[in-house]
Ligand binder design. Structure first.
Ligand code: SF4
Ligand code: SF4
Length: 178
């Protein structure tokens, strides 16, 4: 008898919950008329950002390409007259990308960043191959301060050896010799 009563109570509790929701205002959000703002760290379309001085951040180190589990990033490195490296071309195949964010984690210069822009669906799969011109944006993205070359320790237009942040002037090793 006790188990029958417990079943009745459980059923009543279940129906009470259903009944309560019958009179609630629906909270359905109509997409695409309403677009819910996504958190800044959402992982969708990838961009290549710039330093605060406006120069390209990517130094074509290939780390993002190496870490990508589906091998959808490719590039060719080159070097400017002033010693700064850059990607001669840079390509991401979004048809293969799984938006894992590993490329962003691996990037030493904060160049490659995932954005919350998820509306990137196409019928023609070949249009999902993005070149550098499609990826490069005019902003710093999520990291507004960082400039890799201010810490890089290499001589470029940003500074010579020993002049970067937290660096000391290089020692002349010959001066230590007997
Ligand atoms: S998000 Fe993941 S799958 Fe997409 S390019 Fe970056 S590492 Fe590759
Ligand atoms: S985006 Fe970052 S990790 Fe990828 S090649 Fe450029 S600097 Fe290296």
């Amino acid at each position: 008898m006790a188990s029958v009563w417990e079943a009745v109570v459980a059923l009543a509790a279940g129906f009470a919950t259903t009944f309560k929701h019958l009179f609630r205002k629906p909270i359905t959000e109509q997409y695409p008329e309403f677009k819910r703002p996504l958190p800044a760290r959402s992982r969708a379309r990838i961009v290549l950002t710039r330093d605060p001085d406006g120069a390209e951040r990517c130094v074509a180190c290939y780390l993002c390409s190496a870490v990508c589990p589906v091998s959808c990033i490719s590039m060719q490195s080159a070097e400017r007259q002033d010693g700064r490296r850059y990607a001669d071309w840079f390509r991401i195949n979004f048809a293969r990308c799984i938006y894992c964010g590993l490329c962003e984690e691996a990037c030493p210069t904060s160049a490659i960043q995932l954005t919350p822009d998820f509306e990137n669906c196409r019928r023609d799969i070949l249009t999902l191959v993005y070149e550098k011109e499609d990826l490069l944006v005019d902003s710093c993205g999520k990291d507004t301060e960082y400039n890799f070359y201010k810490y890089a320790g290499v001589t470029t237009d940003v500074g010579g050896k020993g002049t970067h942040a937290k660096e000391e002037t290089p020692v002349d090793v010959k001066s230590n010799m007997p």
